[in-house]
Design a protein around this ligand. Structure first.
Ligand code: T46
Length: 151
């Protein structure tokens, strides 16, 4: 499945009580430029959001506080990644259906996205998503076929 869990570089202050600082440099460490950031907060435990896929957006998801399950679906299989550390990120390529479940009240989900907000690049109907994912798999097979016949 087209996602990657990454360790985010972190520095600890010399005074341990002062905590830590994590940082990421977009185009050096991410496969996309960051055009937009948003964050979701004040959510109750058990909150279930998402239920969509993006056709264009690459994203980096970080849970700097709390614990959130990210269920990913590529139209054939489902996998869940739990985000519960401020120095771990989840990089999602476009085309994955996602659902987010809040394991702890007030967990925060921060997202860096490659595109400006455009509701037209969301697929919010699961049956339409399955058809989209099927077409993506078909065109990937066709591309593989044309590469090997050109070799
Ligand atoms: C995603 C997950 C992880 C805007 O006006 N601008 C924005 O940039 C965004 C992200 C949202 N909105 C509006 C659209 C809706 O009226 O905020 C409202 C809530 O958005 P949505 O229902 O899409 O929220 P989630 O939590 O289901 O999904 C969000 C992101 O939309 C999505 O990109 O991948 O977080």
């Amino acid at each position: 499945m087209n996602y990657r869990v990454i360790d985010i570089r972190t520095t600890h202050y010399s005074d341990p009580k002062a905590g830590a600082l994590s940082f990421i440099e977009a185009e050096k460490e991410l496969p996309f430029p960051i055009r937009r950031m948003y964050w979701i907060y004040e959510s109750e435990k058990g909150t279930h959001r998402g239920f969509h896929a993006h056709t264009l957006n690459w994203q980096l998801l970080i849970c700097p506080y709390g614990s959130i399950d990210i269920m990913l679906d590529d139209g054939e299989t489902r996998e869940t990644v739990t985000l519960d550390k401020p120095n771990v990120g989840l990089v999602l390529s476009p085309g994955l259906w996602r659902e987010m479940i809040w394991n702890i009240k007030d967990s925060v989900l921060c997202v860096a996205a490659s595109e400006y907000y455009d509701p037209a690049e969301y697929i919010r109907d699961y049956d339409k998503y399955l058809e989209y994912a099927r077409q993506m798999r078909e065109s990937a097979k066709t591309d593989e076929g044309s590469v090997s016949s050109a070799e």
